[in-house]
Design a protein around this ligand. Structure first.
Ligand code: BYC
Length: 480
């Protein structure tokens, strides 16, 4: 079989010759009904019978890998797709640098590798669960379609990790695959593994912020895992990154369109001061300070996903050649990091300051730094829109010490500029930085569905171009 092409004949589309791998094929076929039950119980509420204009991967060739068509979500062809194997690929970092990449799990790293795969896998269904109710308040059919596209692809990413568990981790892999269907986002007894995936995504602004900020953590972690010396993981993550790009596009353009609509409405009403919140809200759009608060919330929750700044887990995974740095192959050093240092922002004598730490221990910090640079780029594009209307307001990412629950700053309170605060001050000013109940109620009041073809809710501008180059009045979802 040509690796670029996906075999659609069996129950599970794949480019891994599943037909010749009877044990894994059976294991996945056995897991499949449980997955569909999970999708029906925890996937998008309603719309399961609707025809959604979705893209499905038909090849792993970066040019032209997807085809678009109307699909009922439960009939989406979730499959197992790996990027093509690279001839002669080597382990590119850590103590095994230069050895041939592993096609099987190295025995001594089995537990570490399984943990990484399970954590990655756990985030995928979690995000679908978090976004479960959003279809009902979609601001347009275009947005609804994008939501469902993101959801089915997160489902596919779960399949990607489950394939690795079933193929390479025997009985315990099978048990982990089952457990991925049992945990639930936000459940007090069986929560998802990482903090941000147990938070709510209650409205569409949160959805756009989540796909902008949190899916971008996905990008960074997948880039780091794509470096893995365990070749099947690397190939899996490389293809997932292709899909992930669309999710961040949905987030970035979603926030852009919200900002655009707010600025347009302010201009039409002759409001120049962005802090005239009540006046702006009366126009049926979301004021810029509230958009800033949502960005503060989702950015800070996402920073927690990078783990502790100083981490032996991260050091061990790098040393073992399992998880690299962001775009490891482009970095110019020895790729072993036995002796170098890296500056880590820490709390020293009550002050936030940089301190050099062994580079190997500081890998989470480094990936987080790369993330912040990447996240800042899109924020700059949001600000260009505001600037084009001449409104004196700039969206800014808060300081990394702000509102943290994991790592160095989890034990302190800091404002968005990184100034330390007492608990009292924090209580008093929390609502200046993070959405208050009033803000939430206001946003919720705007979340009225707009399901007429080609129409958009009052608080969001239409996109510049449609999906798959479709026109503005294209019926992205045929609601059943
Ligand atoms: N919440 O040594 P540390 C995505 C735990 S998103 C709860 O710093 P490490 C997506 C940690 O597990 C990308 N617990 O940990 C986006 C450890 O516990 P144990 C997902 C946390 O391993 C949108 C202990 O604290 N992929 O794809 O260096 C939609 C010590 O911590 C948290 C990955 O994350 C937390 N936030 O760093 C859909 C890649 N942080 O084991 C999808 C795989 C830490 O000692 N995961 N802890 O009991 C990893 O590489 C790492 O495990 C982490 C944590 C970066 C998550």
């Amino acid at each position: 079989m040509n690796i670029d092409q996906v075999d659609y004949d069996g129950l599970i589309p794949n480019n891994v010759a599943l037909g010749q791998d009877v044990r894994v094929k059976r294991a996945l076929e056995k897991w499949h009904p449980g997955y569909l039950n999970w999708w029906n119980d925890m996937g998008p509420e309603g719309f399961q019978e609707s025809l959604v204009y979705l893209r499905t991967a038909v090849s792993v060739d970066p040019k032209g890998w997807a085809k678009f068509d109307y699909v009922r979500m439960p009939e989406y062809r979730w499959g197992v797709l790996l990027a093509p194997q690279m001839e002669g690929r080597k382990v590119n970092f850590g103590t095994h640098k230069g050895e041939p990449a592993w096609q099987d799990v190295p025995g001594e790293y089995r537990a570490m590798l399984r943990r990484l795969v399970v954590i990655q896998g756990d985030t995928e269904p979690a995000s679908v669960e978090q976004q479960r109710y959003l279809g009902k308040t979609a601001p347009s059919l275009y947005d609804m379609r994008n939501l469902f596209q993101v959801n089915v692809e997160e489902g596919r990413h779960l399949w990607a990790m489950v394939y690795l568990l079933q193929k390479y981790f025997g009985t315990d892999g099978r048990e982990e695959a089952e457990a991925l269907l049992q945990r639930r986002s936000g459940d007090p007894d069986t929560p998802r593994m990482l903090g941000a995936f147990n938070e709510k995504t209650p409205d569409w602004l949160s959805f756009f912020m989540f796909t902008y900020f949190t899916d971008r953590d996905g990008k960074m972690q997948l880039e780091a895992l794509a470096q893995s010396g365990f070749d099947p993981l690397s190939r899996t993550c490389r293809f997932m990154l292709t899909e992930e790009a669309h999710h961040m596009f949905v987030g970035e353009t979603g926030v852009t369109r919200v900002v655009q609509r707010t600025c347009e409405a302010m201009k039409e009403a002759g409001i120049k001061d962005p802090n005239e919140i009540e006046k702006v809200r009366k126009l049926g759009v979301i004021d810029l300070p509230t958009i800033q608060k949502k960005a503060n919330l989702h950015f800070s929750l996402t920073l927690d996903l990078f783990g502790n700044e100083i981490s032996t887990n991260a050091a061990n995974a790098f040393h073992a050649g399992l998880k690299g740095r962001y775009r490891e192959e482009r970095l110019k050093d020895d790729h072993q990091l036995e002796s170098g240092t890296y500056p880590v922002l820490r709390l020293i004598d009550g002050k936030i300051q940089n301190q050099d730490a062994p580079a190997l221990s500081a890998l989470n910090m480094r990936l987080r730094d790369d993330y912040v640079v990447d996240a800042n780029a899109g924020v700059g594009r949001w600000n260009k829109v505001i600037e084009s209307f001449g409104i004196p307001f700039e969206i800014k990412l808060p300081h990394v010490a702000f509102h943290r629950h994991i790592g160095e700053f989890s034990s302190i309170k800091a404002d968005v500029n990184g100034h330390l605060m007492s608990d009292e001050q924090w209580k008093k000013h929390r609502g200046d930085f993070l959405p208050t109940d009033d803000d939430k109620d206001f946003i919720e009041s705007l979340m009225r569905p707009q399901m007429e073809i080609g129409k958009f809710a009052s608080w969001i501008a239409p996109p510049k171009v449609g999906i798959d180059n479709k026109s503005g009045d294209f019926e992205y979802v045929k609601i059943a």
